[in-house]
Design a binder for this molecule. Structure first.
Ligand code: GLN
Length: 196
């Protein structure tokens, strides 16, 4: 059975565990970089991207996650996770993991709209998805290799580039498993044995 890891340094870890297990896969909390070897896909959860980045530095996660990505193993960044995988941040000189060709603005929806839920059209889902936004980022720009999966007021809030998936919202905070299923499909595809 495939195992998906959730980076367990800070943020919404338990909710992702539940959704992955609910979909019938194994879920493990990743606390040490060595554990990356045991998993087929990695979720970088929402939380506070600056705090998660600090802890990733402290626990030596940056290079091992880059290596994981080099091996084309699927990575899903939600909210703070989307900030962490971006190649460019609009409010800071250095990006974090530098994995996906998007330029991300943090806390982008402004104060009065700190948190909200909205039915969102997502490419590949026939019915709108109940998207929960909490001090969410959006992507202002995306490279030509990036497939935009959802936009809100013309801002990119879900996207995919090869083996990397991001959402500015929190699919783990709803009972709707369709968005995480998109990621699980990516993990399954990456693990199909090539027919020789
Ligand atoms: N505002 C947070 C950040 O920029 C993200 C919030 C979230 O993950 N819900 O890190």
């Amino acid at each position: 059975m495939l195992t998906i890891g959730i980076l367990g340094l800070q943020g919404a870890v338990a909710e992702h565990m539940k959704q992955i297990q609910g979909a019938g896969l194994n879920a493990v909390v990743i606390k040490k970089a060595e554990q990356l070897k045991e998993i087929a896909g990695l979720i970088i959860p929402g939380g506070e991207s600056t705090a998660i980045k600090k802890l990733m530095d402290q626990y030596g996660f940056i290079e091992p996650i880059k290596q994981f990505s080099e091996e084309k193993k699927p990575i899903f960044g939600t909210c703070a996770g989307m900030v962490l995988v971006a190649k460019q941040l609009s409010d800071s000189e250095d990006a974090h993991l530098n994995l996906m060709d998007i330029s991300v603005k943090r806390n982008a929806f402004g104060r009065q709209r700190d948190s909200f839920e909205i039915p969102l059209d997502v490419k590949g889902l026939p019915e709108p998805f109940p998207a929960v936004f909490i001090r969410a980022p959006y992507a202002e720009k995306a490279g030509s290799d990036v497939e935009v999966l959802a936009s809100l007021n013309d801002k990119i809030v879900a996207a995919r580039q090869n083996h990397i998936l991001v959402s500015a919202f929190h699919p783990e905070l709803t009972n709707d498993g369709r968005f995480i299923e998109l990621f699980i499909e990516m993990v399954r595809d990456a693990n199909k044995n090539p027919i020789s």
